[in-house]
Each structure stands twice: as C-alpha cells, then as structure tokens.
Design a protein around this ligand. Structure first.
Ligand code: 13P
Length: 263
C-alpha cells in the first residue's frame, strides 16, 4: 500500500451511530456511482481510511466490511490492558476492525496535554501489536511566528519515533501526518510552498532517523483540505495523501476529494 495515496477522514468528536450510518452508506453509494467502488470493493489507486469516534468504530467497521475502505481510531493507549479507566488498547481496536490508529493529533496535544513521551509510548505499543499508525506533527502559530517550525517538527518526530525499529516499519505502516496547527479548521490550507518545504524537511528527518530503510513512511498533509484545494495539494510530488477533518464529514465534499486524488 506504501505507494498509494492515503485519504484519511478524521471525524473527530462528531456523529451519533445513526449519523455515521447515513454518512458511510452515502459515501459507499456515491463512490459506486462515481465508479470508484465497483460491486463492493474500492477500485482506485488510493487508500481510504475512516476514523470515527470510539463508540462508532464497531458499527462503522460492519458497514465498510468488504469495501476496501479501512478503519482507524483517533487515539490509542500505551498499555496492553489493566486499570486504566477510559483508555483503549491496540488489541481492542484490532478486535473491532481497526487496522490504523491515529496518534498525537494536535487537539490531543492541546486539550489532553499529550507530550511527545506519551505519544512515543502509544506509538511503540500500537506497533508492537502490528497496528498501522498515523503520527501527527505540526507547528503552532507561535512556533511558526518565531520561525521554529522545523525545530518543533524535528522534536515531535525524533521523540515520537524514539525506539521504533526499521523492522517494525517493514511490518506495520507508519505514516506521518503534517498538520500545521494554525490552519486546522480555519478554512484555509497552508500554501503549497510551505507544505512542500515541510514535507521535504520531514522526509530528510526520516532518512536521518532510519538511514537504511528502503521505503520511507508516507507523509500526508492535513489542515483545511477541501474539494477546491485538493488538486493543488495532492499534485505535490512529496505529498502522499491527505488528512481531512471538516470536509470528510460531508459525503459530496469527501467523495469529490477522493475523485480528485485518483484522477
Ligand atoms: P480540518 O480539515 O477541519 O482543518 O481538520 C484537519 C484535521 O485536524 C485532520 O486530522
């Protein structure tokens, strides 16, 4: 899958199971009409991943079975089991059909005070259970203003990936999600110049962290991706896909994004 573009829908804390059902069924129906999904399976050169909130995972899993669409959580805990009230382990996620876990989203860093050390433990725990992960990194507005973007991202990458081995990367997928915090939910994505330059930087960092790895983790962009800017963003040679928030919660907008990525 590593050479395919990844289209990752992060629904954040939205939708009842009934709303999730309506959205998933409309997406499947629309992808069918667009001939991106024939019969029951995706027929495109891209990977589509849906990340509903925890309570809808199991239900969404049953709706997308056999479609080729994959399922992700929006978080995972760093222990395998035990007295950790409110937390969810990798094996629980795998049990309900997840093949992916999102780790280190900036909203969790901001509101749950997740540190790079906590994120690193989550990364290592997920990989030990062969769960694919999308590790989110990105600079804040203040870091950007102070021209500390590369420093902040380097820190998040190096501390987030500490202890990850090249052989783990050959067994499970690690994807880096670059999400500049200041554009998330703003309606306006970062400029293509900024995206290209940060993706190049992330790629150089990954080469330095994993010097003998043949196939580097994919790097996807997130932050106000929509059906108007997707073509420009997806056409950048160092963008391996997109992480979509708001626009992924609207069937027409999301399917339009999928269509524009694959055409
Ligand atoms: P928006 O697309 O709403 O900016 O959200 C991006 C995001 O946080 C995806 O993880």
């Amino acid at each position: 899958m590593k050479n395919k573009k990844l289209i990752f829908a992060n629904w954040k804390m939205n939708f009842s199971s009934e709303q999730a059902r309506v959205l998933v069924e409309s997406i499947i129906d629309k992808l069918n009409k667009l001939e991106l999904l024939k019969g029951t399976a995706l027929k495109i050169d891209a990977e589509v991943v849906l990340a509903p909130a925890f309570p809808s995972l199991s239900f969404v899993s049953s709706l997308i079975r056999h479609t080729g669409i994959s399922l992700s959580s929006q978080d995972v805990f760093w222990e395998a089991k035990g007295p950790y009230t409110g937390e969810v382990s990798p094996s629980m996620l795998i049990d309900v059909g997840c093949t992916w876990a999102m780790i280190g989203h900036s909203e969790r860093r901001q509101y749950l005070l997740e540190t790079n050390e906590m994120i690193n433990k989550k990364v290592l725990n997920a990989l030990s259970q062969d769960l694919n992960i999308i590790l989110c990194v990105g600079e804040s507005f203040e870091q950007r203003r102070r021209k500390n973007t590369f420093e902040a991202i380097s820190d998040q990458l190096r501390r987030g990936l500490r202890g990850v081995t090249e052989s783990q990367l050959n067994e499970s997928e690690v994807v880096i999600g670059y999400e500049p915090v200041w554009v998330i939910g703003s309606g306006e994505a970062a400029s293509v110049e900024d995206i290209a330059s940060v993706h190049n930087f992330v790629s150089d960092e990954l080469k330095s962290i994993f010097p003998t790895l043949k196939s580097l983790p994919r790097i996807v962009y997130g932050g106000s991706v929509n059906s108007e800017n997707i073509e420009q963003i997806a056409s950048l040679s160092n963008v391996d896909g997109v992480l979509v928030g708001n626009a992924s919660m609207d069937c027409d907008k999301f399917c339009d994004i999928v269509l524009k990525v694959v055409k």
